[in-house]
Design a binder for this molecule. Structure first.
Ligand code: PLP
Length: 398
């Protein structure tokens, strides 16, 4: 008899996640994993933050009722203050609708579902390149996606002119996804003047901005990294997805938030209702343990201060590894460019290596980068930097 699912196509898998599987299967001792976007400490381990452990001990395990569709109140309050700053005018006006989401992915997904219902049929523009799931999540919601230029290969920095031209040429009222800090995969961000110029343009065109902030605190500081979002939100309505996966080192707990900045309080209440409906139709309500962990840390002055220092420790380690790699490369060669390593920020560095060079690094030296040339600097440590530097120089010099 014919099988019901005989025609189902195989899923190619996520290229980054399958690379991680190949890494695990690689028998070589000196292999180095710089592919997956996870922060690991100097021993290659995903840290358990002291602030989070303290929150966990405080919470213990008690009854597990459903959380409301919008999530835990303490958590939502924490998201608003962290993303917008406690004294932001939109917060005091009570015109931000915030929900707890299933990670940053869930936040972008609910944003896409919400926009598909309330502002349908618009084009969605994402940066070229970007986190691939931006295309997938908006397409799943029924949108067509297109790109705006972002990366300039020659200068290994932002193609600002290209970006501005494309956003200006797009139909008024398009949906524009922006990563405000620590851009994945390039590691290059707009500077303050560029942020201001883009803000003017986006507001003038009436574009709908979806900020996707997955790395708050990994650039300069928790506060400074949110500056673009905060200034934009003081000018115009926008949506802000944020993730706690990296800055809380809580990948598997799926903690994120979605905030919609509205014109006034009444609009925000109605928008919150629609976000709750979108959640109800999707997964009904968010999970409790992650909600309690993050809510407890953000809602307690001492724990939040401790967490802020722990984020700084992670950021400083990544900055130190960038510098160390640049120095080691310089020791081996004066020809190979290292400026990009120091200019880029956050967890990723776009190396400019070609797919063939990335393959050579992996096959010859066991150094794993993503095919696009993206390197996760959090995978570097003092022990493996010399290996990586040597491979990088060898492959760059052909
Ligand atoms: N958005 C961007 C730009 C990311 O880089 C990531 C994670 O890699 C996410 C969203 C997803 O975050 P989460 O793991 O919290 O779903």
């Amino acid at each position: 008899t014919e099988s019901l699912f005989g025609q189902v196509e195989a899923f190619a898998g996520d290229p980054i996640l399958s690379l991680n599987d190949s890494f695990k299967a690689d028998p070589r001792d000196r292999k180095v994993n710089l592919s997956i976007g996870v922060y690991t400490d100097e021993h290659g381990r995903i840290p358990v933050l002291g602030s989070v452990r303290a929150a966990y001990e405080r919470i213990g395990f008690a009854e597990r009722p459903y959380l409301p569709m919008e999530g835990h109140a303490l958590y939502r309050d924490g998201v608003q203050k962290l993303v917008f700053g406690a004294s932001h005018p939109a917060l005091s006006d009570k015109r931000i609708a915030t929900i707890q989401t299933i990670g940053g992915t869930g936040a972008v997904g609910i944003a896409a579902d919400f926009l598909a219902k309330h502002t349908p049929g618009r084009t969605v523009l994402v940066s070229d390149p970007t986190w691939e799931n931006h295309h997938g999540l908006f397409q799943r919601a029924g949108f067509k996606t297109a790109t705006y230029p972002y990366w300039d290969r020659a200068s290994r920095s932002v193609d600002f002119d290209g970006m501005v031209k494309a956003l200006d040429a797009a139909e008024a009222g398009s949906i524009v996804v922006l990563q405000p800090v620590c851009h994945n995969p390039t590691g290059v961000d707009l500077d303050e003047a560029q942020q201001a110029a883009v803000t003017d343009l986006l507001v003038a065109k009436g574009h709908i901005v979806v900020f996707d902030m997955a790395y708050q605190g990994f650039g300069t500081s928790l506060e400074a990294d949110a500056a673009f979002v905060r200034r934009y939100a003081a000018r115009a309505s926008c949506l802000v997805a944020n993730s706690f996966s990296k800055n809380f080192s809580l990948y598997g707990e799926r903690c994120g938030g979605l905030s919609v900045v509205c014109r006034d309080r009444d609009e925000a209440e109605r928008v919150l209702g629609q976000l709750k409906l979108a959640v109800r139709r999707s997964y009904s309500s968010p999970p409790m343990t992650g909600g309690l962990l993050v809510g407890t840390v953000l809602g307690n002055d001492d724990l939040r201060a401790q967490w802020t220092r722990e984020v700084e420790t992670m950021r400083n380690r990544m900055d130190a590894m960038r510098k160390l790699l640049a120095e080691e490369i310089r020791k081996l060669s004066n020809e190979v460019d290292i400026g990009f390593l120091l200019n880029q920020r956050g967890m990723f560095s776009f190396t400019g290596l070609t797919e063939q060079q990335v393959t050579a690094l992996r096959e010859r030296d066991g150094v794993y980068l993503v095919g696009s040339g993206r390197m996760c600097v959090a995978g570097l440590n003092e022990a493996n930097v010399p290996t990586v530097a040597k491979s990088f120089v060898d492959v760059s010099q052909g």
